[in-house]
Design a protein around this ligand. Structure first.
Ligand code: F0G
Length: 460
């Protein structure tokens, strides 16, 4: 039975079609980095699911209710009450997006030389930890590193490894985190059982435990579908238990907040919360708006309610799975099983003739754009290949992420993406590698420039 979009469309935005020649020129001007493209030159934008979703009529309506008082606004009270009833945390601190919550938490809680453990740190999370002179170490289960391997909770933390690090280097460990779903490992869920085990170990070693909760609702849906004993619970009940097991969370409301901007930091520790609020005032704003407008707080509060709707979550996860099935049918290797917000193509296996440091991910991203105006994102050696020591080494996986914005595209858009990917796969042997011509030292994937190596993209 077809699972249909559980909404009707009230407002539309035109898509501008481009020719291959126009896209060739646009890509050349952007230094072969799709972050440098003008969005009007993109037909289907799968660069990210962050802040790119469609808001509901109820969210747009809520915007008009925004109270823009500098302090103590009604919109903050609504936001605080929604976030508190969802997470159960005592202190709710709004921020302009997820990375602001990261920076404020890490600057308040970390010392140089500290160690933070996570399943896999997202790039901004890692960068914010390293910026404090601390180390970010990934301890995901080994199965997560094998793209084709199917595992229901491939985002899980490797519990034995966590315990081993705490035993050997416990003094340095300032915080344990878990990212739900695990974006950098393929949008894979973390089981409740795993989160309970992390809590138990953190209790034993007296460590803080935080959740990177950007995609908490998608994670809750996977728990409901896949974890024994959870099928009878609502996504909200599952999310509540998950939050109750940690000491706090950081959140980008641009994902499962169903908003275009916003985030928060929520935690129980009074002294740490006070430190965070003081820093918030210095750089984001007063604690009752934290860099957001009152109307943004309204949109997020409404979005956090809508995102836990079961019809929405069923449709959401099915959309991603549907695209994944199309790719797999065409023989395109992907991270299995598909994640909650994106399909991750295994670029190394799709383009085996391209060496890791000639960036198969970037080559594939460019090919998808040239062929069909689709914008995807490399998650491989450009994003992760430059070590803190300045040395270049291949990332463990060369992935290309097709992230699906929430409620934005219809099934025929997804069909088109599948058609283009199949065409690119058919021409795989003609696609060549890339070399970097410019890159900054941090978060280089955003602004690096490239040129093709040998024949292939841009030379055909
Ligand atoms: N943590 C995770 C797991 C994320 O995926 C992101 C953002 C952040 C933190 C930071 O949040 O963007 O609001 O500052 N991920 C986006 C992405 C950018 O494309 O996956 P932010």
């Amino acid at each position: 039975m077809t699972i249909i979009e559980p909404f009707r469309i009230k407002a539309v935005e035109p898509i501008r079609f481009t020719t291959r020649e126009q896209r060739e020129k646009a890509l050349l001007d952007a230094g072969y980095n799709v972050f440098g493209l003008s969005a009007k030159d993109v037909i289907i934008d799968l660069l990210t699911d962050s802040g790119t979703g469609a808001m509901s009529a109820a969210q747009w309506g809520a915007l008009m209710q925004g109270d823009e008082s500098y302090a103590g606004s009604r919109s903050f009270e609504r936001f605080e009450s929604v976030v508190r009833s969802l997470t159960g945390y005592k202190h709710i601190i709004p921020t302009h997006q997820g990375r602001a919550a990261e920076r404020i938490l890490f600057h308040s809680a970390l010392q140089p030389g500290d160690l933070v453990l996570n399943n896999i740190h997202f790039d901004t999370t890692r960068a914010n930890i390293e910026y404090e002179g601390a180390e970010a170490r990934d301890l995901v289960i080994p199965e997560a590193r094998i793209p084709a391997l199917i595992h229901p909770f491939k985002g899980n933390m490797h519990i034995a490894a966590l315990e081993a690090v705490l035993r050997a280097e416990g003094d340095r460990v300032s915080m344990v985190m878990v990212t739900v779903t695990n974006n950098s490992g393929g949008g894979q869920p973390v089981s409740l059982e795993n989160i309970r085990a992390i809590r138990e170990i953190c209790n034993r070693y007296d460590k803080r435990f935080f959740i990177d909760a950007c995609r908490f609702a998608e994670n809750s849906w996977f728990v409901k579908q896949r974890e024994a004993g959870q099928e009878g619970r609502t996504p909200r009940e599952i999310a509540r238990e998950m939050f109750s097991l940690a000491d706090g969370c950081i959140m980008s409301a641009k994902k499962d907040g169903l908003a275009n901007i916003g985030g928060f930091l929520a935690l129980n520790d009074d002294a740490l919360a006070q430190k965070c609020r003081n820093l918030l005032i210095l750089t984001e704003g007063f604690p009752t708006y934290g860099g957001l407008a009152g109307y943004d707080l309204e949109a997020i509060a409404q979005g956090l309610e809508e995102v836990l709707d079961e019809d929405y979550l069923r449709y959401r996860v099915r959309t991603v799975e549907y695209l994944a099935e199309k790719l797999v049918d065409a023989g395109i290797p992907i991270v299995q099983p598909p994640g909650g917000h994106a399909v991750y193509i295994d670029a190394a296996a799709t383009l085996p003739h391209i060496k890791p440091l000639e960036f198969p991910g970037i080559a594939l991203v460019n090919a998808l754009y040239l062929e069909g105006g689709i914008r995807a994102c490399e998650i491989g050696s450009v994003m992760f290949g430059l070590g803190a020591d300045g040395k270049e080494r291949p990332a463990s996986l060369e992935l290309v992420r097709l992230a699906i914005p929430r409620r934005l595209y219809t099934q025929s858009h997804i069909d088109y993406v599948g058609d283009i990917a199949v065409k690119v796969k058919g021409d795989a042997e003609s696609i060549g590698g890339m070399r970097i011509t410019y890159a900054p030292n941090v978060l280089r994937h955003f602004t690096a420039r490239f040129e093709p190596v040998g024949v292939g993209v841009g030379r055909g």
